[in-house]
Design a binder for this molecule. Sequence first.
Ligand SMILES: [Zn+2]
Length: 275
Amino acid sequence: MPELPEVEVVCRGLETLLKGKILRSSHAFRADLRYPLPDFSVLHGAKLEKICRRSKYILMYFTCRDGEQRILCWHLGMTGQFHVLDDDVSAGSHEHVRFDFNDGCSLRYRDARRFGYANIFTDQTWLTSKWLKVLGPEPLLNHFSGAYLYQKCRQRKAAIKTFVMDASTVVGVGNIYASESLFLAGIHPKRAAGNISEKRIYCLVSAIQQTLQTAIKAGGSSISDFVKVDGKPGYFAHTFKVYGREGEACGHCDSKIQRITQSGRSTFYCSTCQR
Ligand SMILES: [Zn+2]
């Protein structure tokens, strides 16, 4: 499943390749993915002004022919991928939507498991949408700080790993990056969130930010079906310190990396380094 760093990398790739282009036409090969698809024709003739990210939503800002700004908001689900190709390239397998631009390039959306979804908003309907309403702060922006997280986890009995993966706490700390960040901060994943010292919570915030930044820099991880817009897989997977390394020696001590299940997801950690 694409996590925040992968989505960030996709956004940067799409922005580089598509910013400033006019959408000529679009075609949806089916009526729905996870949910019914919107009517993309409202965007025909519109200029793609910018592409950015909120949590794992890709936001494409268009200025439409009627002067209105509209936001095409897209979630990649489990296996969604965008590819930018020439418009004469025929549809690949699991290709569900295509957007053709005025200069002959074509954005294709492929999704084998079809858990992705999309909708079109105005600035106003996006700000009040239920998609946005449930989201906590962005992990790489100032609002996510040690002070914020420490305040947020007071009295909380939930395991810290589950707590930081909750999007209402902070968005974008997925399963892989939660394990990696807790290792970096030396915090045991099962420790109750409300039972961790302020100093260690500050440490965890730095670890989360460092882990995500490193992943973005490396181009996102490749362990799922994620492929960057230029078709090359990311490579951060090779640098995981604990994730996917059950039974291997910890890089800091001689203990073996353990795997447990929390909220139905695998957690990897070192029982010596993490307390
Ligand atoms: Zn260790």
